[in-house]
Design a protein around this ligand. Structure first.
Ligand SMILES: *[C@@H]1O[C@H](CO)[C@@H](O)[C@H](O)[C@H]1NC(C)=O
Ligand SMILES: *[C@@H]1O[C@H](CO)[C@@H](O)[C@H](O)[C@H]1NC(C)=O
Ligand SMILES: *[C@@H]1O[C@H](CO)[C@@H](O)[C@H](O)[C@H]1NC(C)=O
Ligand SMILES: *[C@@H]1O[C@H](CO)[C@@H](O)[C@H](O)[C@H]1NC(C)=O
Ligand SMILES: *[C@@H]1O[C@H](CO)[C@@H](O)[C@H](O)[C@H]1NC(C)=O
Ligand SMILES: *[C@@H]1O[C@H](CO)[C@@H](O)[C@H](O)[C@H]1NC(C)=O
Length: 525
């Protein structure tokens, strides 16, 4: 992992994906009037596994349209709270189409017109179904949709998480023209390719405003991403407000009052994500990437020494020779396991620079005591194993995730541990090909669709703009069938997804070259 992983994504590979998956060439035709790529209308991103649709369509009108919930959903919080959100996605606020005077559709003007559609039923089906409250690894996300007119309009799933995916797809089926909103006759049977589809943000190198984190979560939901990997703290700053150790953010944040996440903020993000079927996995990376910790918790880092044996005033990675470090980490991880409900926690473990350890006489002595003199990777392993031990003994059982170096070092890690890696192994999170922070001139989403990108700079100003809709490319590779990889076929749908996100009020980048979106810019900018 390089220090450039400011913003990356990950997915859980249960099988293997060939890096050689060949993609067709995407070649726009710039030398003619009009946009490079003609947008589709009412196509879903990421592409559903199975969909049949016809050119017959219904009109759909915000004044009369209703979601009709099955009786099993009447007291179901996840679905109930989703309805206002999805109503606004079906009829987006910032669409200039909504300004167009509504013409009445009649059979006379279009023989494909099947009349009005005034409701869709939303139903939890199957014997396993119940109204779950917290998303988790391996939750059911499959769903079906039928849009057939009359009373044959229905979204079904065996879980509320599948219903959220179905509602999103339904909202994307609706498109506008000069007529009222339309939706084509269609049937869909859909399910994800991978169970863990993650997006990582780093709120240490730059503090990210709550508003932008929430926008990000909304966009993740629109693209069926189900994990928000929150890299909360790092060398540069410690914005997480710990209840047990308030000095960590008071002294370690860029600004202790405006650039921190209070317990209420963290709770708000977890809740906002939960209601959207997104898990929040926090990362507290140790023993490296921890310079900011020392400010609020003096003594956790290793004192570095000059060649002639004097402390030189600088600090290295955490100091595993100091037993009180692990008492502190036990208390901190105890707090974290109570704050973050997910069953997974990311423990980092990457990029440890051992030169400071090498200079420190206490470390040398400690290593001699452990019989590992000169083997600094083993000291790193010792630290990681101690932290894994701490997490393993918490009252709430959590599965640890570590960066790949921990695995490469041959650390004695339990088979349950998830390795966040650049190449596939067994239970592995793959992230290195998917770096969204790097931008290139031109149609760089094509590389993303093939999955390959590296390092840049991201803060609240450009988080959404930089990551989207380019991130949609990986979202599709994670959800859709492995055969969905033709850039030329994806481009018109991606153009529609870009305009859709703009119409919903998110300031996303232009993505497939010269083009046009029917968007009310005055309201967005
Ligand atoms: C939806 O219906 C319209 C109007 O008949 C048609 O032009 C379009 O091709 C249809 N879209 C799909 C995906 O079938
Ligand atoms: C979705 O449709 C498939 C094929 O008809 C069916 O086997 C499955 O049970 C349906 N699932 C739900 C949740 O309706
Ligand atoms: C927090 O930092 C302040 C200022 O450096 C110090 O006086 C105080 O003792 C620290 N509190 C704890 C609990 O370490
Ligand atoms: C060991 O850690 C404690 C608590 O973090 C700290 O107060 C102490 O100074 C450290 N000792 C050394 C020798 O660094
Ligand atoms: C280190 O090696 C010595 C000599 O082989 C042995 O007595 C001692 O138990 C070892 N210590 C550890 C911590 O393994
Ligand atoms: C690895 O850890 C397990 C459990 O802590 C222990 O039983 C085993 O002996 C260790 N193996 C090695 C090679 O250290």
């Amino acid at each position: 992992m390089s220090t450039s992983r400011f913003l990356s994504v990950s997915l859980l590979l249960l099988g293997t994906v060939s890096a050689e998956e060949k993609l067709s060439n995407f070649a726009p035709a710039p030398y003619r009037a009009g946009p490079w790529v003609l947008s589709t209308r009412g196509e879903i991103w990421p592409k559903p596994q199975i969909q049949q649709s016809s050119s017959s369509f219904f009109s759909i009108n915000p004044d009369t349209f209703q979601f009709k919930l099955g009786p099993e959903l009447i007291e179901c919080e996840i679905v109930q709270t989703a309805l206002p959100r999805f109503f606004e996605r079906v009829f987006p606020k910032f669409s200039t189409n909504s300004r167009t005077p509504k013409q009445e559709l009649t059979n006379a003007i279009d023989q494909e017109y099947l009349g009005g559609l005034d409701h869709v039923r939303v139903e939890l089906v199957g014997t396993r179904a119940n109204c779950e409250t917290h998303p988790y690894f391996g939750m059911i996300e499959s769903y079906n949709i039928t849009i057939g007119g009359g009373d044959k309009n229905v979204i079904t799933s065996e879980s509320v998480w599948g219903l959220l995916k179905g509602l999103e797809s339904f909202s994307q089926l609706v498109y506008s023209s000069s007529f009222p909103s339309q939706i084509n006759e269609t049937t869909i049977q859909d399910y994800p390719r991978f169970p863990h589809r993650g997006f990582m943000v780093d709120s240490s190198r730059h503090f990210l405003q709550m508003k932008m984190l929430k926008q990000t979560l909304d966009i993740l939901e629109m693209n069926k991403i189900n994990v928000f990997h929150w890299h909360l703290v790092d060398d540069q700053s410690f914005p997480y407000q710990s209840m047990k150790f308030p000095n960590l953010s008071l002294l370690g944040a860029y600004q202790p009052y405006t650039h921190t996440y209070s317990p209420t903020d963290v709770e708000e993000i977890i809740e906002f994500a939960r209601l959207r079927g997104i898990r929040v996995i926090p990362e507290f990376d140790t023993p490296g990437h921890t310079q900011s910790w020392e400010l609020g918790q003096p003594g956790v880092l290793t004192q570095c020494y000059t060649d002639d044996g004097h402390p030189d005033g600088s600090k290295g990675p955490m100091d595993p020779s100091n037993e009180s470090l692990f008492d502190f980490l036990t208390d901190l991880f105890q707090e974290l396991s109570a704050v973050f409900p997910d069953n997974y926690v990311h423990l980092g473990g990457d990029e440890v620079d051992t030169s400071c350890w090498e200079s420190n006489p206490h470390i040398t002595e400690f290593m001699a005591h452990l019989n590992i003199t000169g083997e600094y990777r083993k000291l790193e392993s010792y630290h990681v194993e101690r932290v894994l031990g701490i997490v393993d003994h918490l009252a709430k059982k959590s599965t640890p995730i570590v960066w790949e170096e921990v695995f490469d070092n041959g650390d004695n890690i339990s088979k349950d541990t998830l390795v966040h890696a650049t190449k596939a192994g067994f239970r592995v999170l793959l992230s290195s090909p998917f770096y969204l922070n790097r931008i290139a001139y031109g149609t760089d989403w094509v590389d993303m669709y093939k999955a390959c990108i590296w390092g840049e700079w991201v803060d609240s100003v450009n988080l959404v703009t930089r990551a989207w809709p380019r991130g949609c490319a990986f979202a599709e590779r994670f959800w859709s069938d492995s055969s969905v990889k033709d850039e030329a076929k994806a481009a018109p749908r991606l153009q529609e997804q870009e305009c859709r996100m703009l119409q919903r009020g998110y300031r996303v980048n232009p993505i497939v070259g010269p083009n046009f979106c029917p968007v009310d810019w005055d309201s967005i900018l």
